[in-house]
Write a protein that binds this ligand. Sequence first.
Ligand code: MOS
Length: 710
Amino acid sequence: MKMDQPAAHNALDDNREGQVGSPIDRVDARLKVTGQAPYAYEVREAPEAPAYGWIVESPVAKGRIAEIDTREAERAPGVLLVLTHHNAPPQAHYVTDDSQRFERPMGYLDDDKVEAYGEPVALVVAQTLEAARAASLLVQVRIDAEPAEFDWPGHLQDTHKPSPSEGEPDSGAGDFEQGFAQAAVKLDATYTTPFHIHAQMEPHATVAWWEGDKVVVHCSTQMVEHAQKRVANTLKMPVENVRIVSRYIGGGFGGKLPVYADVILSAIASRQLGRPVKTALTRQQMFHITTHRTPTVQRVRLGAQPDGKLLAVGHEVWCHAARGDDFFEPAAQATRNLYATPNLMTRHRVRELDLPRADSCRAPGEAVGLLALESAMDELAHELGIDPVELRLRNEPELDPEKHIPYSTRQLVACLRQGADRFGWHRRVAEPAQVREGRWQIGMGMCAASRGNHLMKAKAKVSLQADGTLEVRTAMTDIGTGTYTILTQIAAETTGVAPAKVRVLLGDSDFPPSSGSGGSFGAASSGSAVLLACENLRLMMDRGLKGPIEAEGAIEPGEMDSKYSQQSYGAQFAEVAVDAVTGEVRLRRMLGVFAAGRILNPKTARSQAIGGMIWGVSSALHEEGALDQRHGFFANHDLAEYHVSAHADIPRIEAIFLPEVDDKANPLKIKGVGELGISGAGAAVANAIFNATGRRVRDFPITLDKVLGL
Ligand code: MOS
């Protein structure tokens, strides 16, 4: 089915089974908490015991391998193979063309060139992990370094307009410059955000083996289909000869949208050895071998009338891309449709650096873009003497200000009002630095949240067995978000089969291709395919066809995408205490009120929202990849020094979803939830710090030195 029309009435609307909308526990919870859900590195399906791979990284960011001496490593106990560019097979190279970015080939060890710090220069394979690791220290590599550029932000005039890999880099409506010039009140502020890493709990890992010409790869990936195509494209083999399996995944956040060296090198080594090989990235290696979020410099200009109505909104973004790559962080994305304004301008520019690849990370665009825009709105509110909630209410658009099309559903106003009520916003003292509890300065802040809503192509197959079991198959993944659970609910609701009798099978490229998990489109896309398959099955069941019977369902985006401006919305409120002496910031409480279409499972949705909000707090207060500007690597490349918010940093957080049904979005009438929580959240914290102290920090994260103005 193509999403050309609003969705029809369906079993989810009737809710006869009471499955959808019910906060059921995760169907895989017991497997996970008892350690029985095998993650990639633990898979025991290989035909024989795997050998262990260990990646040797380049200590130089750019240059040519002059010499690599593997003799000592090869003689070390237990070593089976040392792969370098001398004995690795030829592979295809990454090229920026109009192909899907994550499906592009990515060869490793196939030439003497080094293009980023930490790039693999060898893979040591041994009988045990310890032997491989020990021998990896014996590989001698000499690299002739070449001049490289790492300085960020450095020379921002040395940038270019990127290709539209993440949507159009530039957009607008009306005449921004003129509108801004005419505005009675103007804000012109520049915000900066640092390198972020994904920090998934489970590192990237692979077990690979060959069955004749076919390679079987168990790995940790968000996108089975992209992984399959990347492996095929890299190793120049037919796609049907690559099977990717990824059944349990310990977090993705964008860092597992494609696959990396563990997959490609395990596949190569296992072919060469004629034996399964497994390789995991270490936490330290993940910082350089996989991707990160680019830092940003963002200039926001807001021009308003004295009553707060926006006359002009400008949002310019500078970010980095790896040399020759075409990714950019679409940080001004939300600015294109969040507020009413006749004059709008957004712009993205990219500076290429000799760093590891920058790519999607936790709500690419909104996560850092709203830190800037929503801080700026707070600054403008202060400037105008208008309450920050009220300022947003006064700029509620009727139509999308750029595309001049209606919103599918948009409950920002309701989110703002309910959030303000529930949080006790009226108790906030507008004048900053007025509330004190001993040495603590107390403040409240808020922000609006918005995240683009998407639908991707997806297929699913369902079969009803003679014993009454309903099996659901789709090459979707569950990266920890609850996909197994919500697909079980959708299938049970639509067919009337009890949830205990539903078996959802995911993460296998042998299953019907699906969207994978990313961009908050996974539930909508794979779930719609499952709904449609189950509706077809239900018709057969109603005709009295006895099992086993099977049916298929398929969804693809259609005209609803261009006819309606589709976003999920929210409003976030935070209260902080700032130590007047040390500048330490403690989050005291936080509330997010969201509207994201129908909520399939309030429990998993709440977990998504709260997890996102915590990331938001983390980006406001803690996270920062520290780039060594001399050598082009992340100095704090582990989770001890790259701090993400921990339990001690996070108090009680509440997330509430307002009732909503969006029939323009997809057959399920849901919208994306996963990345909504992080969108904006950090700005609520930043604005609360301003309210507490009167100090505006525009350089994230807001560490205590910046609060103290040191
Ligand atoms: Mo998300 S950053 O598209 O996994």
